[in-house]
Design a protein around this ligand. Structure first.
Ligand code: 2AL
Length: 246
């Protein structure tokens, strides 16, 4: 099967981190690729960034449909464009917050999210309310490290570990959810250090998409997620249209 992992930001180095995490768990029969958004913000840490990341995500999905991809992961913790992607992809699409939070509910009574900037906490809470039962998400904690500073600084692991450790105590939770795709590389070490399950959404979503494809399951086209009604779309000069990609 062909699985495509889409990094919704435009930073290729972060796509490499994401790809490593996805490849580490993908099955031997899976042909996996990781692609970087062709347009939009270098990192996603605001509602504005998130809105501007969606056209690039949809472009990569449209290309995937042309390339015969069987399922997709949207590898940013805000799950940008997830519902829209489901309308245009024939196969399943899973967001990393969605996968991580669902997985966390199978591993303990309550989970804590550790994320990047405090301003992204509202979005994480909104997604927790959408994906998990009331009370499952016990806290969302920010390390105040910008997304693009997560990579390459050895002090980051200590800071995130200290934050997660305090969160487990303060929230009375059993599981840690990593609130950014850029934290994927920290998962193994944090699991060792914290002694609780630490869920990296990139890995969780990769395996979940594989499972759905294996089961022959895809997004229902009966109602809300049917292909969008055909109509004219105006695109700003200099930008390509979705139709160019397919
Ligand atoms: C993210 C993420 O996963 N990718 C990105 O650019 N921003 N999430 C976050 N909470 O900062």
């Amino acid at each position: 099967m062909r699985i495509r992992v889409v990094n919704p930001n435009t930073t290729a180095a972060m796509t490499a981190t994401i790809e490593r995490s996805a490849r580490a768990v993908a099955g031997p029969g899976t042909e996996l690729d990781a692609v970087t958004s062709p347009e939009g913000p270098a990192s996603i840490e605001s509602h504005y960034d998130e809105a501007l990341s969606v056209p690039g995500v949809l472009r990569r999905i449209a290309e995937g449909e042309r390339d015969g991809v069987d399922g997709y992961v949207i590898a940013c913790f805000g799950d940008p464009g997830l519902d829209a992607a489901r309308e245009v992809a024939a196969g399943p699409v899973v967001g990393i917050a969605e996968a991580a939070m669902h997985a966390a509910t199978l591993l303990g009574r309550g989970f804590s999210v550790v994320t990047t900037l405090g301003r992204t906490r509202g979005r994480a809470w909104d997604l927790a309310a959408r994906y998990t039962p009331p009370g499952a998400c016990r806290g969302v904690h920010a390390c105040e490290i910008p997304v693009l500073d997560l990579d390459g600084d050895p002090a980051v692991e200590d800071r995130v570990a200290a934050l997660a450790d305090a969160a487990l105590d303060r929230d009375g939770s059993d599981v840690v959810v990593l609130g950014c795709a850029g934290m994927a590389g920290l998962c193994a070490r944090l699991t060792e250090r914290l002694g609780v399950p630490v869920v990296d959404g990139v890995a969780a979503a990769t395996v979940l998409v594989e499972s759905l494809v294996t089961l022959g399951l895809r997004t229902s086209t009966r109602g809300e997620f049917a292909p969008p009604p055909p109509k004219a779309y105006r695109v700003s000069p200099g930008l390509s249209t979705m139709a160019d990609a397919v």
